[in-house]
Write a protein that binds this ligand. Structure first.
Ligand SMILES: Nc1ncnc2c1ncn2[C@@H]1O[C@H](COP(=O)(O)OP(=O)(O)O)[C@@H](O)[C@H]1O
Ligand SMILES: [Mg+2]
Length: 371
């Protein structure tokens, strides 16, 4: 009979990722016992908190890692034990030491791009979500912070309803199509809006950058509130080196408002990197192009701000389908013209703001002793 050794089992379990913290089980030292008895293996793994989602995950993934690999192993049983408060704090402390939050760091690997606009309704959130998905498609790791305090829409767009999980004092961002997402809307309800006052807002944003387990992605996109104001100032202050992209429509009026947003951003310390023109035109089935909202706004704004025009996105009714299909158009209908334009914008952004090199290799986490 070919029975594996404990070391062999342990090595395979090390290939499993803890789904919230996104580190290997061995790295986190969460495997607390391996018992091999003939054709049966019992594994005990520690989970970070109550609730069924982690036990359920390990119940599926651990047997699937072991059965079939060792021909004579026919049964794998998984037990879970919950970390106590002290162990949780040590675990989170280790991760934070290893990958500090983004707050106030100019040496971070993450390229931060705030997406702003002069006014609401120009498609800022729609473009942000699609750029995020497109960056993932290109192989980058991406976080998305919905900082549009009064008009947050990302959770509704993407059908995220649950509050993020918290381990010790670390907020675990929910993930959709590979993008880690945190919205101010996840901490308030639509029928009970929070009246954000300046200092409170500043504090909330600070917490999102400090306590959220972003895990230092290649890109962090920040959906700003329209116009100019407190949020941009806080973001510029918290994230030295952040850039901004301004979304506008082809209309001249829209362009003027957007221009103000662009100039103000520069004043607060956000470097404007480019302009996106949205709702540029509509192409009918017959191929005829209709410039419904006028023409030239994006290009003029780019010239005034002396930055590149990153793309012109056509009007595409299917861009609103998020909530129904749960995926942005660049994933759902990548062949359509609007998706092509959005992918183009993401590529331009990568050209202008390439991912920064990663600093030193991650050190192994000095965590509590396991089994
Ligand atoms: N290119 C587009 N074609 C068609 N509809 C669009 C386009 N861009 C945005 N929309 C729609 O316009 C509305 C406003 O977009 P949204 O992204 O919420 O704007 P903002 O975040 O600037 O307020 C939404 O209903 C969205 O689906
Ligand atoms: Mg919005």
């Amino acid at each position: 009979m070919s029975i594996p050794t404990e070391q062999e089992v342990s090595a395979l379990l090390g290939g499993i990722t803890e789904p919230d913290l996104r580190r290997g089980l061995n790295e986190l030292n969460l495997v607390r016992g391996i018992e091999i008895d003939g054709s049966t293996i019992e594994v005990t793994v520690a989970v970070t908190g109550p609730g069924p989602h982690l036990p359920k995950y390990f119940d599926e993934v651990i047997p699937s890692k072991l059965i079939g690999v060792f021909p004579d192993v026919t049964e794998v049983t998984v037990h879970t034990v919950e970390l106590d408060e002290q162990e949780r704090a040590a675990l989170v402390g280790g991760i934070k030491k290893d990958t500090p939050g983004l707050l106030g760091r100019s040496d971070t690997h993450t390229q931060v791009i705030a997406i702003g606009s002069g006014k609401g309704g120009v498609g800022k959130s729609t473009t942000t979500v699609n750029i995020a998905a497109s960056l993932v498609k290109q192989g980058h790791s991406v976080g998305l912070l919905d900082a549009d305090v009064w008009g947050f829409s990302i959770p509704r767009m993407l059908g995220i309803h649950e509050k993020p999980r918290v381990v010790d004092d670390m907020i675990i961002p929910p993930e959709m199509f590979g993008v880690k997402i945190v919205s101010i809307g996840l901490f308030t309800t639509e029928d009970n809006p929070v009246v954000w006052r300046g200092p409170m807002l500043h504090k909330a944003l600070q917490q999102f950058l400090e306590d959220v387990h972003w895990d230092e992605p290649d890109y962090l996109l920040v959906d700003l509130p329209p116009g100019t104001g407190d949020v941009s100032i806080s973001i510029a202050q918290f994230l030295p080196g952040a850039s901004m992209v301004v979304v506008t429509t082809p209309q001249q009026v829209a362009e003027k408002v957007a221009q103000r947003a662009g100039f103000m951003a520069e004043k607060t310390g956000l470097k404007v990197a480019g302009v996106i023109e949205n709702m540029s035109y509509f192409r009918g089935d017959d191929g005829v192009v209709y410039k419904i909202f006028g023409e030239g706004g994006g290009r003029n704004l780019a010239t005034t701000l002396n930055v590149p025009l990153l793309g012109e996105i056509p009007i595409e009714p299917r861009l609103t389908e998020f909530a129904d299909i749960g995926a942005p158009i660049v994933l759902q209908h990548p062949e359509c013209e609007a998706a092509g334009a959005l992918d183009g914008v993401a590529k331009e952004l990568v050209n202008i703001l390439p991912p920064k090199p990663r600093s030193a290799k991650r050190i192994s986490l000095p965590l509590l002793g396991g089994h």
